[in-house]
Design a protein around this ligand. Structure first.
Ligand SMILES: Nc1ncnc2c1ncn2[C@@H]1O[C@H](COP(=O)(O)OP(=O)(O)OP(=O)(O)O)[C@@H](O)[C@H]1O
Length: 250
């Protein structure tokens, strides 16, 4: 599916096929993501979202088709994946060269609101704080593409809302292309420029979101988009509150 901006895409996927044994997971998928564009990917459990992210992140190979993606990719997962024997700041700049690691880490930690946690051990951080450090670690690398694999899935609702604000702020400042995998339909509509639904191995549906900021589920158009997405996902709308797709439903 073409990117709406007409510029050379940051990510260009053509006819992606991926099989595991006899099961076809990606079945001729096309996708462009423009530089700086924020794309959210929804899909039922087992539809291939993580498979697609892993292929884009060069963690796994396609059986056929092609993916052009930048070399500068950073990924944030559902768990923070910090090394427990390194302090927060050391985790942020792990593997980076240069003498001013501490200073760069502190600047990145300040950006995510953790200026005074530079020396903290990962085990002493809350879930939300751990994800903030993971975001700092991703952004200090100035990625052209940020892959977010359900980064807020394990957080409570209030923490998730503050993480949404933070991610919006960070993306405005650093402007990477973003691909967010989420089970949370409202999260997708709140954050993304474009929401895609993965089904039967392809992008089966697309919503371009033009809602003004701050986006709210109280907005009638927000609810209309949510309804269309849920219909595509084959999920009945909950009577109220944010709608998350249950893991294990396929
Ligand atoms: N390494 C693997 N070996 C065999 N099958 C796999 C492997 N990785 C994924 N699969 C299968 O591919 C399909 C897609 O898995 P994937 O994890 O991409 O789905 P998903 O949409 O991310 O699911 P969820 O929303 O539950 O995280 C599933 O049927 C899964 O069992």
């Amino acid at each position: 599916m073409a990117s709406p901006t007409g510029t050379e895409p940051a990510v260009k996927i053509r006819a992606a096929h991926k099989r595991f044994g006899a099961a076809t997971v990606l079945d001729g998928l096309h996708l462009d993501i423009a530089p700086g564009e924020f794309v959210a990917l929804l899909g039922r459990s087992g539809s291939g979202k993580t498979t697609l992210l892993r292929a884009i992140g060069r963690l796994d190979r396609l059986n056929s088709g092609s993916i052009d993606a930048p070399l500068a990719i950073a990924t944030v997962f559902q768990e923070h994946r910090l090394l427990p024997w390194k302090r927060a700041w050391q985790n942020v700049v792990l593997g980076l060269r240069g003498p001013d690691g501490r200073r760069r880490a502190e600047a990145a930690l300040a950006e995510v609101g953790l200026a005074d946690h530079a020396d903290a051990w990962p085990a002493t951080l809350s879930g939300g704080q751990g994800q903030r450090v993971a975001l700092a670690r991703a952004l200090v690398r100035e990625p052209k593409l940020l892959l977010l694999d359900e980064p807020f899935g394990a957080l409570d609702a209030l923490t998730r809302i503050s993480m949404h604000r933070l991610v919006r702020k960070l993306c405005a400042a650093h402007n990477p292309a973003v691909l967010l995998v989420t089970h949370d339909v409202d999260e997708a509509v709140t954050l993304a420029d474009r929401v895609l639904v993965l089904s039967e191995g392809r992008i089966g549906h697309e919503e371009v979101i033009h809602l003004p900021a701050p986006r709210s589920p109280d907005h009638v158009e927000f609810r209309a988009i949510r309804r269309r997405l849920l219909e595509q996902l084959g999920v009945d709308e909950a009577p109220d509150g944010p709608v998350r797709l249950l893991r294990g439903v396929s």
